[in-house]
Write a protein that binds this ligand. Sequence first.
Ligand code: NAD
Ligand code: MG
Length: 402
Amino acid sequence: MVMTQRIAVLGATGSIGDSTLAILAAQPQHYEVYALSGYQHLDKLLALCKQFLPKRVSVPTAAVDDFAQRLGAAGLDIDVVGGAEGLVDIATDSQTDTVVAAIVGAAGLPSTLAAARAGKRILLANKEALVMAGKVMINAVKTHHATLLPLDSEHNAIFQCLPFSIQQDHSQIHELSHGVRKLWLTASGGPFLQKSFAQMQQASVTEAVKHPNWSMGQKISVDSATMMNKGLELIEACHLFDLPENKINVVIHPQSIIHSMVEYSDGSFLAQLGSPDMKTPIAHALSYPNRIDSGSQPLDLFALSALEFVEPDLQKFACLSLARQAMQAGTQATIVLNAANEIAVSAFLEGHIRLTDIADINEQALNDIQLPPLSDTADIEDILAIDKIARHLTDKLVAKLA
Ligand code: NAD
Ligand code: MG
């Protein structure tokens, strides 16, 4: 008998949700969509409920009654839960085997951590959870024998390029035993790679979210334009692979064909290549250690004219340096950076500040909010307390500029 994996897709109405559900729809013999969550676009969530017939669904608290009524009117018997508790409830449900953590931002942390503490198999897209709570998350995964598989294309590529023994235990990476010298995160450089800083300063929201290679949610698209995304990914990689930031290099590779690399001490560079389509890393993690058809377009090697590599301009993309600085300073600083960035990105999307103000605000928040290092026993409450302080002070920084 073939076992089906019961999947909870948290953030089902987003871009990662779309890619995940496309794979699940094509592979019903392997996967059951057990639960879904959505925050905005509840019409879309309703359509997904009709298509996938999950047993449970989570919506914002204020929408629970109305959504339950709409499901009832459609003749669907689905348990509706609400708010942050609803997400945790679904993530820790004894019937859930796998949690796809695809909520954007800090809002994804409590449910992702709860899934780790419930020993689930976690497919992690929500990089902000690791930026805020990397140590707590990784400890929870180890203590509760959870499985953490990266969906972020770069981290998924690195995971695939590491020896099987390290895939099983990431805290084992060191040069002497496995010869891993460095990790190389590739970055597309985003829509402003060929533009001047002055052009970037004048960028409209439409220009900023128009990524050359990937189609993604609004927040990560803005993060790609400022390269804060690569900064967050650098911090994510430090936690996932238990390495200091100076063992992780960033290289701009505008074609987004090589999704990242591992450099070994004998001079070998192992890379993972593919079309820029999130269905590939998602399918990898869903079926790991096996392989399934992701439905992505196979890479046409003959159509590629060149693979280029460029050093990032740290003046133009100051967010990248801020991430290294925060990682060196400690978790309290990475929480501040993440929170400040979320606030600044929202302010940009709402038209209150310029794209280039985001880096300035992030830098000022890091400088202004000087906190003592978090203790080793710090838990999610301590992390959320810092997050709250940082959001409050960043709101003021934004108000000054707007
Ligand atoms: P998105 O904006 O398209 O979707 C976000 C999802 O989160 C939606 O389902 C939304 O309803 C839900 N959500 C938003 N705010 C919420 C809240 N306060 N509470 C509960 N749910 C909430 O974003 P996305 O592009 O799918 O990205 C999701 C995550 O995956 C992000 O952390 C992003 O960095 C990461 N990621 C995305 C991609 C990509 O290609 N899209 C690639 C790598 C990593
Ligand atoms: Mg990525």
